[in-house]
Design a protein around this ligand. Structure first.
Ligand SMILES: *Cc1c(COP(=O)(O)O)cnc(C)c1O
Length: 251
């Protein structure tokens, strides 16, 4: 085996990354201000799929230097291994898993992530719970909600009838702790439709807190490169940003 490449990002590439990142932070702060919020309360989750360890390490350093709340989110189980790279292994940043979950990857995901955003069906909660118990760990989880109704998207239906039972099931778990809801906004240029889908996540979270007593549901994971302002205005506590920071993904 060859030693991992520990070359940091070339200065020019790093400067472009810093410029994009500052632009994203300004977008978050401006939207937060409009909503009477403080942008620094919002966690910037770096969506790292397809990115190299050097790119991820540079983005982590830049966010740390700006004293922002941050997390590193992976959405592909097959890319988990890259996070053990020497440039990333000891960065002290919480790892989250944000992608479609397969039961046969539950062990890897539980080993990797302290927070899992994409509990989108009952069976995956069972698999994560079993693996967390075997590993002797606890994990924070978010319930994914399909707020747009788009068939390509995973998640529970955006109703209290659908969400109540899974939240209650997770609250009874000795090892999984539900902390909030996650959604991927409607995939459309229609800002009103995007806003409606994101707003419904907050409404559902608030209803679960009042009607099911689930006060621990504090997180709203919503907003990506294209819709993060709307998400921040609608109450996002975690925005998941990839291309706006790292540049367009290679096809
Ligand atoms: C890739 C990804 C993101 C980030 O998407 P961008 O549009 O590149 O910001 C957010 N959430 C999930 C679940 C993703 O897979």
């Amino acid at each position: 085996m060859t030693a991992p490449d520990e070359t940091p990002l070339p200065a020019e590439h790093r400067a472009r990354l810093a410029a994009r990142l500052d632009d994203v932070l300004a977008r978050i702060d401006t939207a937060a201000e409009r909503a009477g919020r403080d942008g620094r309360e919002i966690t910037v989750l770096l969506a790292t799929k397809t990115r190299t360890p050097a790119e991820i390490a540079a983005a982590v350093e830049l966010l740390q230097a700006r004293e922002r709340r941050l997390a590193v989110g992976e959405n592909r189980a097959q890319e988990i291994a890259k996070h053990s790279h020497p440039l990333l292994a000891d960065d002290g940043v919480p790892r989250h898993f944000i992608g479609r979950l397969q039961t046969n990857k539950a062990r890897d995901v539980v080993a990797f992530a302290e927070t899992i955003h994409s509990v989108d069906r009952e069976g995956i909660a069972d698999a994560l719970e079993r693996r967390a118990e075997m590993a002797g760990v606890t994990r924070q989880v978010l319930v994914q909600v399909n707020t747009s109704g788009e068939e390509s998207k995973g998640g529970f239906a955006p109703t209290l009838e659908a969400l109540g039972p899974i939240v209650e099931r997770l609250r009874r778990s000795p090892v999984l702790h539900p902390v909030g809801l996650m959604t991927i906004g409607a995939n459309t240029a229609d800002a009103d439709a995007v806003r409606a889908s994101l707003r419904s996540l907050r409404t559902l979270r608030d209803a679960l807190r009042t009607e099911h007593g689930a006060q621990e549901l504090v997180e709203l994971s919503m907003g990506m490169s294209g819709d993060l302002e709307i998400a921040v205005e609608e109450g996002a506590t975690i925005v998941r940003v990839g291309s706006a920071i790292f540049g367009a993904r290679p096809a």
